[in-house]
Ligand binder design. Sequence first.
Ligand SMILES: Cc1cc2nc3c(=O)[nH]c(=O)nc-3n(C[C@H](O)[C@H](O)[C@H](O)COP(=O)(O)OP(=O)(O)OC[C@H]3O[C@@H](n4cnc5c(N)ncnc54)[C@H](O)[C@@H]3O)c2cc1C
Length: 451
Amino acid sequence: LAGGRTDVLGVGFGPSNLALAIAAREREEAGLSVPEISFVDGKPKFAWQPGMLLPGARMQSCFLEDLVTYRDPSSRYSFLMYLHAKGRLYEYVNLRHFYPTRSEFNDYLEWASAQVADRVRYGVSVLAVEPDWSSGIIDAFRVVMRANRTGAVTEERYGSIVLASGGAPRTPDNVAASSGRRRIIHSHYFLEQFPDRFIDRNAPYRFLVVGAGQSAAEILFYLHRQYPKATISGVLRNFSFRPMDDTCFFNEIFHPARVDFIYDFPHESRSLLETAYHRGNYASVSPDLITALYQALYEDRVAGVARVQLLAFSEVLEMREESAVVEARLRDLASTQTRTESYDAVLLCTGYRRNTPHPLLESLAPYLRLNDTGGYDMTRRYRVRTTDAMTARVYLQGWSELSHGLGDSLLPVLPVRSAEILDALSEKVTATDQRGERPLAFTDRSVVRVG
Ligand SMILES: Cc1cc2nc3c(=O)[nH]c(=O)nc-3n(C[C@H](O)[C@H](O)[C@H](O)COP(=O)(O)OP(=O)(O)OC[C@H]3O[C@@H](n4cnc5c(N)ncnc54)[C@H](O)[C@@H]3O)c2cc1C
């Protein structure tokens, strides 16, 4: 078993662990001591949500919600410094736009990742994190990883891991079982798989888009523009697309100082938070996109064309991929009647799931504590609480929405969270210490700090 290259391994190198790498680099640059940390990512090079880098698609967080600014507005890894380095600062400001395109933000993240490239190995997928019992307790992990180019599987030993793998694309149960799908494509893989399979832009394809969130609306819009002869149906469980709440008071829920407030929220009242969350990000669409989509469909009507159909109050009961089509059984929720339609492709915009146990942590399950909702029992600084048998540490990024807040899987939290994880990694935490950290069901709720 090879010793790890560093003390800590960051698994996955999307924005979350990139923010951590940069926070560590900044501390080093300031002459502070930091834990030795390196990263692996299964992708061959840095890319942020590449399957959905649709032309013109915009960020839902603003350009100042980058990897560093909420922690340190003078950081040289900010979006503004990126614009300056690329010679576009004036032009960007001249756009008078708060929300960059996702392609530009991806370019910013790539630029930032290049500055910490010495810490990352790309093309390396972690297959499992196993307990290392060699000293009688689990004070280290055996991390099993595969070099994707050669297929070689190796193991390395680390004292801590910071897992930031993102969620897994969610497919409805009745679809998940059929393997080798070519015509049923999740939005996560959209640009990687779809355009190459449907190359004739003028063909009268029939497409079905499942879902009512931002990805569904973006893909509908894309299909409408890119395939002018296609017929496109959208299945929505609700009456229409719902606008995302991006108003000032609601957005306070993403304030970095709210994490304490949410973490300390009385356990017995957490359903209040869940109700509040539902107004936020889920199954909702940016108002600008709703208007642009409506406008496009209106122009179709002016031209006497009706090739986009939104099936309100409907759901897909099952789907079967035949050789040349997908057969989908749809139910009208109002009349409860069902009908079967065939499509050339079905696009699943059905989101992501973050299961417990995390698939990479299954062997550690007996030693990782759960809270009473079945999720991991997390300390305030993102460590999973363990039984006394385990002193090696698992930190999770993006797995604690319920305990740490609605912003847990989003970008604005990254600058502060990465510093908090670094602080925690820098301290010696014993099994006793971690029991001393405040539990999820903390009752002495602090006053909301805004600003
Ligand atoms: C289309 C889309 C648009 C979005 N837009 C916004 C937005 O505008 N604003 C916002 O705040 N949030 C947005 N989000 C939310 C999104 O979750 C965050 O922007 C961000 O991607 C979270 O970063 P992450 O590093 O935690 O996860 P991810 O970005 O998902 O990165 C995870 C990384 O881990 C790697 N990985 C996974 N498993 C393994 C393994 N076993 N071994 C090695 N590597 C592995 C993956 O290759 C990937 O690079 C968007 C999400 C999507 C899907």
